[in-house]
Design a protein around this ligand. Structure first.
Ligand code: HEM
Length: 125
């Protein structure tokens, strides 16, 4: 087990997370069917997002909330989807890394997921 401390570590983490996500029975279809993401374009955004959060380098310049609203209009993004997302994130973190940034990555994801889930719910009502 190693610390989560470089851009290379973050790329490995995100790649391994997406290996799980795209084949997942509960949330995979958001990525493969609804958004039909091009991983070559999508993954670098995720690397940048997590590098900004975990390493403090401001390389991500997007809006992490915005892209989820159109998905939520096609199929409701509900709490059980966020629970599954978080479970896969935690599993990937703990299978591959240890240390302070593992806890930070989990806590930040939990906080963002809670806010995102709330915003999606409000947008549907
Ligand atoms: C069930 C929960 C979630 C689903 C199904 C989901 C799905 C997606 C999809 C399909 C995209 C690509 C959208 C596009 O480019 O058209 C995306 C982008 C993204 N997601 Fe999520 N997401 C979820 C939760 C989260 C959470 C909890 C976070 C943060 C911790 C997050 C962070 C991001 C970021 C940073 C992007 C890239 C935004 C950009 O283009 O700059 N997502 N998500």
């Amino acid at each position: 087990m190693k610390a989560l401390e470089t851009r290379t570590d973050i790329e490995e983490l995100v790649n391994k997370f997406y290996d799980k996500v795209v084949i997942d029975d509960t949330i995979g279809f958001f990525f493969t069917d609804i958004a039909q993401i091009d991983l070559k374009k999508h993954l670098p955004k995720m690397y940048n997002f997590w590098e900004s959060i975990l390493l403090g380098n401001p390389v991500y310049d997007g809006n992490p909330m915005r892209v989820h609203f159109p998905l939520n209009q096609v199929v409701a993004l509900e709490e059980h989807h966020f629970d599954r997302w978080l479970a896969l994130w935690q599993q990937t973190l703990e299978e591959n890394f240890e240390g302070e940034n593992v806890a930070t990555a989990l806590l930040r994801a939990q906080n963002i997921a809670r806010i995102m889930s709330y915003k999606m719910k409000i947008a549907r009502s």
